[in-house]
Each structure stands twice: as C-alpha cells, then as structure tokens.
Design a protein around this ligand. Structure first.
Ligand code: NAX
Ligand code: ADP
Ligand code: K
Length: 500
C-alpha cells in the first residue's frame, strides 16, 4: 500500500522526531535526497524530460541549476541541496522570492559552497533562460492558496526553458491535503517528497503537476494515513480465489439489472465484465435478456426485474436503465433484496431523486456529473468543476450524506467509505484512454462481481478500479473500446496475481 498523510500529521511527526535529533538534521536528510535526484537528472537519468539541450549523456560539472526559493523551510531544503550541488561543481543560482525572509542557514550554506544569490528579477529570468535544471522551493506544505503573482514570471520562464523541474516536497501551488490547484502551479518533472506522500500528489488535479514522485525517507512516523493507494500485492491479497470446496454458488452470484430497449449495450458490457470479476455465476434481469444471452450464453436471464431473477449475493443496478417507472421499480427491487447493491449511471439519478437513503449496503459509482446530481438530491449545490477540483472532499461528502461507499470516477478515481476516520483510496492505474463510452459499465459489472464474491464495498470498488485501469493499459497505449477493456480483465488479473 502507498500511504499519504495530512499536513497536520506530517508536522506533528516532524516535531516529535526533531526533539530527538540535532538541529537541522531532518532538513539535511531532505536536502541530501533532493540533491541526489537533481544530480541524476543532470547526468541524464531515466526521468529526464525532453530537454532543450538534448546532449545524450551529460556532465554534472559546470551545468547550471536555478533554485526558486520562497520564505519557508521548503526554500531551505532547496538552498541546502543547492549547496551540495555547488560542491560538485554545479553552477547554482538561487532566485530569492522573499528577500530578507529567506532561510538564513540555507543561504549561508549555498554561498559558502560557491553558489550565487539574487533578488533581481531580470537577472533571475536571464539565469532561468540558461538553466539545465530548475528546483521549485517556492512553497511546500506551508503553502496557502495558489501561487502568488510575484512567483508567476519565474514559473513561466522555467516552463519556457523546457528543462526538467524538480519540485521540493510538492509542486508549489498544489494543495498538499486535497490536490486542489487554485490558479497556477508549478509543473514538475519529478517531485521529491519527504517522509510520506502528501494526498495532493496522488489525486488530480495535483497529481498531474507532480510528475514522477520520489519519496525520501527522513524517519518520521506520521500515524494513520488520510489517503492510500493499492499496489499489486494488496490487490492480489484481496482478489477472490476458488478453493477445492468452491462451487459456483459459494463463489458468489452477481445480479445485473441494467440496459433498456434503448440501451441494450450497457447490459451486455456490464455482464461481460461481471463474468470476469470472480463471482461463480451471473444473473441478468431486464429487457436486454435476449441480447445478453446471445453475447454470453453462460448467463441466467429473465425479462423481469430483480425480484424475478432468483437469489444473488450482490446486485448491480443502473447502467443504461433509462428513467421511467420500470427503471424505478427495478431500483427498488434491487435495494429491497437484502444484499449489497452497486448503483451506477441512471440508477444514481433515480437514487438522487428518491432523496432518502435506503438501508441496503451500497456502493455508488458516480462520475462528476452524477456526483452533482447526488449532492443536489441531498440539498448540496456544487458544479462539476468543483467536484473534479476537490475529488477527495466530495467523495467523502457523498459517502457521508448517503451513509455508504462512494467510488467517484474520473481522471483520478477515489473511493470513500462511510467512516470519515478511514482513509480514502485513490486509484494509481487509471489512464485517460478509459474515457470511452461504456467503460463505466465495465467497471460496475466488475465491482459488482467482486461484491458478490464477498469483498467489502471499499475493497470491491478500489480493486475493480485498479484492474480496470490495468486492463486498459494491457490492451496497449492508444484508443481502447469498453469491450476490449472487459476482454483484457483476465490478463490484468493474472498480471496482478502472477507478480505477487
Ligand atoms: N519541518 C521539518 O522538519 C521539515 C520540513 N521540511 C520542509 O519544510 C517545508 C515546510 O516549511 P514551512 O513550514 O516553512 O512552509 P513552506 O516553506 O511550505 O512555506 C511557508 C512560507 O511560505 C509563505 N507562503 C504561504 N503560501 C504561499 C503562497 N501561496 N505563495 C508564496 N508564499 C507562500 C508563507 O508566508 C510562509 O512564510 C516542507 O514542505 C518541506 O519542504 C523538510 O526540510 C523536512 C523537514
Ligand atoms: N481523464 C480520465 N483519466 C482516467 N480515467 C478516466 C478519465 N475520464 C474517465 N475515466 C474513467 O473512464 C470510465 C468512464 O466511466 P463513465 O463516465 O461511467 O462512462 P460511461 O457512462 O460511458 O461508461 C471511469 O472508470 C472513469 O474513471
Ligand atoms: K515546492
């Protein structure tokens, strides 16, 4: 598992450790890790971005590094790392954005190692135009709001230079706890973060600014995480595995109530991924029964609603359901079945209209637009942009309002359970190629199948998102169809269990 902690926890852990260490020891650990990444990039390491000076293997000695230095300890880290680089023969210029308030010991260390300090804007911009690497030490976990205007010309000049940018702890302008970006932020090639990941590095929009994230251990123990991201081994440990005693019913039966005369394809797609999701059997209830059985002869189908379908261990209700009285009845029957229910797509809009939260154990899988409808159904106004800009907060909010688990889809998929003290899961495997019609139907069939196999809603949702992303990557870099994603699920599954 990869963990991320709030600023509050990081600060408390740092304070507790600093009491036991000589002054400045933590900052030296941070600076050493930061300098190591800079040296690697200067030497033409694997993570080097497409540079303006494509010289292949490069020299560290004599290369030029510009540090953008703000008023706090983030700037201090940059200055001490700069001193280490200068000691290796790098020409280091620190552009001081906060004048007198710059970290004094860091400034002294850089000067002592032969580096240069400047507060002159023209000189700073000129240096940026000749830089081989830029270090963003403007602001770290102490940052509030977006980047200030005074920093903007430097950030823009660094972008124009087209050289690697290394963010210290997190890209300046990204909110450490939420990943929100109010206005401009630094776009990093690599972010060197200290002690633990910060939530804003793992969730968009912040994650898009962070580039490759490297964690430097500094010895802090920050306690319970706010955010966690599954890795291969975690997923392998959660995936259901049949044993000698298994039969199709004990493995779990998933019911799919999806599709309509207008949208039969949604039913076929949800069923196709449910078949690959670990349950022992799939039942289908709804008007697309003929299409479903033609595509998947192994499915038990009924033209009626969930009540007519027979016993299942979990229902998936909503993809392509439409919104007439029949759809309403379908939702109510699934909710009344006394098993976990995944509600997606049209089912979510019906649920939002219904207002009161049902008693069933629920996993809701909205995209941002459906999240807006769910919020409105509970009397909370929000726009799509607001939801996309603050995913963790809105996923938690809907989970709290509806007393259930919420998987918020999109550029970073976030899964929040009803317990506000539990960490939120963010999915690390997503790819924008998944933004294709029907791919949400594939996700809900898969997650429903995992629910039926006995996974808790948070696990079912986050494992499904993980495999869904991997499956899209398995198909290859480039356009994928939802049906191809479903077909690649077994390969993704084997990739995870084989690697563990
Ligand atoms: N506390 C520690 O022991 C350690 C801290 N470390 C570094 O220290 C950083 C935190 O240092 P600080 O608490 O000094 O905070 P920061 O350096 O993140 O920033 C605080 C300063 O920036 C200013 N500021 C706030 N928002 C701003 C904005 N939007 N634009 C421009 N300036 C803004 C504030 O006025 C304040 O002076 C971490 O991110 C990390 O880089 C590391 O050295 C590891 C050890
Ligand atoms: N920019 C993106 N980056 C990564 N994944 C995305 C992006 N946009 C959408 N997705 C994923 O694609 C799927 C789309 O689902 P959904 O919006 O329900 O589409 P549909 O209704 O057509 O099936 C979700 O799994 C979502 O997380
Ligand atoms: K920074």
């Amino acid at each position: 598992m990869r963990y991320a902690h709030t600023v509050e926890r990081v600060r408390a852990a740092e304070e507790s450790l600093m009491r036991r260490l000589p002054e400045g020891a933590l900052m030296q650990r941070a600076a050493a890790g930061l300098a190591a990444t800079c040296l690697q990039l200067l030497a033409g390491g694997a993570e080097r971005g497409a540079g303006r000076r494509g010289r292949g293997s490069r020299r560290v000695y004599g290369s030029r590094v510009v540090l953008l230095v703000g008023s706090g300890d983030n700037g201090g880290d940059a200055l001490f790392a700069g001193a280490r680089l200068a000691a290796r023969g790098v020409r280091v210029t620190a552009v001081l954005l906060a004048g007198e308030r710059t970290h004094a010991a860091g400034s002294a260390a850089l000067l002592g190692a032969g580096g240069v300090l400047t507060q002159d804007q023209a000189a700073g911009l000129a240096q940026l135009g000749r830089a081989d690497l830029v270090v963003d030490g403007i602001v770290g976990i102490g940052g509030r709001g977006g980047l200030r205007d005074s920093a903007l010309p430097y950030v823009r000049a660094a972008e124009r230079a087209g050289v690697p940018v290394v963010a210290v702890d997190l890209p300046s302008g990204v909110d450490a706890d939420t990943g929100e970006v109010a206005g401009a932020a630094v776009r990093a090639t690599v972010t060197v973060t200290f002690g633990t990941h910060k939530p804003g590095l793992l969730v968009d929009p912040g994650a898009q600014y962070a580039g490759v994230v490297r964690l430097v251990e500094i010895g802090i123990e920050p306690g319970p995480a706010a955010v966690e991201a599954l890795q291969h081994a975690d997923v392998a440990g959660l995936l259901p595995r049949p044993t000698a005693e298994s039969d199709k019913y004990r493995r779990g039966v998933v019911g799919i109530a999806a599709g309509s005369d207008r949208y039969p394809g949604a039913a076929v797609l949800a069923v196709s991924s449910a078949l690959h999701g670990g349950a022992g059997a799939v039942r289908y209830a709804g008007p697309a029964a003929a299409e479903v059985v033609r595509a998947h002869p192994e499915v038990l189908v009924t033209q009626g609603g969930p009540k007519a379908a027979g016993r299942v261990q979990a229902w998936v209700v909503g993809p392509g359901l439409s919104d007439g009285p029949e759809a309403e009845r379908t939702l109510e029957e699934a909710l009344a079945a006394g098993v976990p229910v995944l509600v997606d797509a049209d089912g979510l809009r019906l649920l939002a209209r219904r207002g009161a939260a049902p008693r069933a154990e629920l996993l809701l899988t909205p995209h941002a637009g459906e999240a807006v409808a769910l919020l409105a159904g509970a009397g909370v106004e929000a726009t799509r942009e607001q939801v996309e800009g603050a995913r963790i907060g809105y996923a938690r909010r809907i989970a709290e309002l509806y007393g259930c688990t919420v998987l918020l889809k999109g550029s970073t998929t976030v899964v929040a359970g009803p317990d506000p003290a539990a960490p939120v899961r963010v999915n690390p495997t997503g790819t924008p190629w998944l933004a294709t019609a029907g791919s949400g139907d594939v996700l809900s069939g898969l997650a429903g199948s995992l629910l039926a196999a006995g996974l808790a809603p948070v696990d079912a949702g986050s494992v499904a998102a993980y495999l869904h992303g991997l499956a899209a990557r398995t198909v290859g870099e480039g356009p994928v169809t939802a049906a191809e994603v479903a077909a690649a699920l077994p390969a993704a599954w084997r990739g995870v269990t084989g690697a563990a």
